[in-house]
Design a protein around this ligand. Structure first.
Ligand SMILES: [Zn+2]
Length: 305
């Protein structure tokens, strides 16, 4: 299997100028590719460039799951369900009933929690068939095994769309956000969770990084095409027709044993307090936005350079 790479311009502003942040070599079954992480000169969006092509990325996902970090998060359990409780409460306050679509639902952890809340008529979209099947079993919801653009969903039919740990994986998030906007009702809600680039860089380059003997950086450029900060995520949402309602520190992934999970929980409480008291955000970025009454900016489709 030969992995292919491509060079791209900024997905948010279209500029082609950038500064290099880091690079790393990715290996899979004897194939080696050099991937870069760069920061846009104009809007400061951080993105993977050069990156794996869409076809090569799907090949990576379909290979042995040990090759992707995301696979480590695709497991179900009661502690995984509890992770979503705060977000579900926030969404219930804003939109207590209606139709919810979880885009990139994976094996259905959030979909199951949303269905069990009893608030919404929930459905999912997941392009990896084996994960889509798991999601159906876990939630009893309708799950379309395809990319969002091919899912049989009527325009202006959704009250809530969720994309949790998804936007950073997409090759053209601006285009997908445009599709999401069309599927949502006027004033519909979009909930997003993405990793926080600023926090991951501290983990990768800070004073304690020598204690972590990892093969790959926490940026995972083999599957994460974008590396958001609060500012660049808000800018991308606003540019594509959404008004940001609130930003929180996302709950940590419920991985590891009980001790590790409790340590993560304690760290999360501290990071939440830091965010609320000082505006410094060092956790996962959880944003709830609403479809703007203003028209979205002109679509910015950037071909491979
Ligand atoms: Zn840019």
């Amino acid at each position: 299997m030969q992995l292919q790479t491509e060079r791209v311009s900024c997905n948010s502003c279209g500029a082609s100028g950038y500064q290099k942040v880091t690079s790393e070599v990715y290996e899979l079954d004897g194939s080696q590719v050099s991937l870069g992480v760069v920061r846009c000169d104009r809007c400061k969006l951080v993105y993977t460039n050069p990156r794996l092509t869409q076809d090569s990325t799907f090949l990576v996902y379909k290979e042995d799951t040990n090759h992707t970090i995301s696979s480590n998060y695709c497991w179900s359990g009661d502690h995984s369900q509890a992770r979503f409780t705060p977000l579900i409460r926030r969404l219930q306050e804003l939109s207590p009933t209606g139709k919810l679509l979880d885009v990139g639902c994976g094996s259905g952890d959030f979909l199951r929690a949303a269905s069990q809340s009893g608030s919404w008529d929930s459905a999912g979209v997941e392009p990896v068939e084996i994960a889509a099947e798991s999601a159906r079993s876990a939630s009893d919801a309708v799950v379309h095994a395809c990319v969002l653009e091919k899912a049989p969903i009527s325009p202006s039919s959704m009250d809530i769309v969720t994309m949790l740990g998804v936007l950073e994986h997409l090759h053209d998030p601006a285009d997908t956000l445009s599709t999401v906007r069309q599927l949502l009702k006027p004033s519909g809600l979009l909930a997003i969770y993405v990793p926080n680039f600023n926090y991951l860089r501290i983990k990768d380059t800070g004073p304690l990084c020598f204690l972590r003997r990892r093969r790959w950086s926490d940026l995972h450029p083999q599957e994460h095409q974008f590396h958001f900060t609060i500012n660049t995520l808000h800018a991308l949402l606003q540019k594509n027709g959404f008004d940001v309602l609130r930003t929180d520190v996302g709950q940590p992934f419920a991985v590891g044993n009980t001790v590790v999970r409790n340590l993560k929980r304690g760290f999360h409480i501290g990071v939440q307090a830091l965010w609320r008291q000082t505006g410094v955000h060092l956790g996962g970025l959880e944003v709830i936005a609403r479809v703007s009454k203003q028209p979205a900016a002109l679509p910015c489709h950037i071909p491979a350079a």
